[in-house]
Ligand binder design. Structure first.
Ligand SMILES: NC(=O)c1ccc[n+]([C@@H]2O[C@H](COP(=O)([O-])OP(=O)(O)OC[C@H]3O[C@@H](n4cnc5c(N)ncnc54)[C@H](OP(=O)(O)O)[C@@H]3O)[C@@H](O)[C@H]2O)c1
Length: 250
């Protein structure tokens, strides 16, 4: 892996490249979004993102997973990608524990329908108990069934209020949250101005077809502006790290 921005160009370890200081933003955690896209903007091949990836992308994906307290994901992605709970090496666990964090990040799935399978591998983690974030309107029986394998967070009446959900995650000790998609969850987070950092892996592929982009929802009235923090490259892939610009940073 080489860093080509900021100068000078150097060979770099991904851990060092992504290991910035991130702090909660008031009542809510710092929110990173990490997604991969083809050069022509597709976020999947045959309905999943794996075909776009490379060893370098897997390295970045794994490195980013060592940083947050919670990994946030939409139910569509958790099901489509048969979500895997995160694991940590001994050294990462030691580092996290030394920083007062949980040894491994917890996964939080956002769902209103609660049509999640409690026997899915996501819910079989021995390391960390997953979280299901839902609204008051969701089905009580399904909620009870999932409560056997996950902690349930209720935020919002008809739909999950994502701002309130993030505040609830802060309430259980999360100061950094990593959102791994999908595009409809990302769109709501961007629209609500809840995203602080965007990590995009650009795959050197042209996919064509009608795959959606990494943010898919209503157009923003005003496009969110970002600042480029670094550019890494390996095997013709680009790994871009942006922070979202705000006039007043707190
Ligand atoms: N390229 C990449 O890096 C990448 C990354 C992740 C995913 N993906 C791809 O993205 C696709 C899935 O994305 P998607 O946009 O269809 O789905 P998604 O954003 O992962 O999940 C959407 C689902 O999340 C729940 N949800 C989202 N916002 C909610 C809210 N405010 N309140 C309540 N529930 C809410 C709903 O679940 P319920 O229907 O259960 O209520 C909704 O149907 C898959 O093809 C996956 O492979 C690609």
């Amino acid at each position: 892996m080489h860093r080509i921005l900021p100068a000078p160009t150097v060979e770099i370890d991904t851990d060092d490249a992504y290991h910035n200081t991130r702090q909660a933003r008031g009542v809510r955690p710092w929110l990173i979004v990490n997604m991969i896209s083809s050069a022509d903007g597709a976020m999947t091949i045959d309905g999943v993102s794996g075909g776009l990836a490379s060893p370098g992308d897997k390295d970045v994906f794994g490195t980013l997973r060592t940083l947050p307290d919670v990994i946030l994901v939409g139910a569509g992605t958790a099901i489509a990608e048969d979500y895997n709970p995160p694991s940590s090496s001994v050294s990462v666990r030691a580092r996290r524990l030394g920083q007062g964090a949980w040894p491994v990040a917890r996964v939080a799935v956002v769902s209103n329908s609660l049509s999640l399978d409690p026997t899915a591998r996501l819910f079989g983690s021995r390391d960390s108990r997953p979280i299901v974030i839902t609204s008051q309107s969701s089905d009580g029986d399904r909620r009870d069934r999932l409560a056997e394998v996950a902690d349930i967070v209720v935020a919002g009446e008809d739909r999950v209020d994502l701002g309130a959900a993030l505040e609830s995650l802060a309430g259980i000790g999360a100061s950094v949250v990593l959102c791994e998609g999908g595009p409809s969850l990302n769109a709501q987070l961007v629209a609500a101005d809840l995203v602080d950092e965007m990590c995009i892996s650009l795959s050197p592929m042209i996919v064509g077809g009608d795959a959606r982009r990494i943010v898919h929802g209503a157009a923003l009235e005003v496009p969110a502006q970002m600042e480029l923090r670094h550019v890494l490259t390996e095997d013709h892939y680009l790994f871009l790290r942006y922070t979202v610009s705000r006039e007043v940073m707190d």
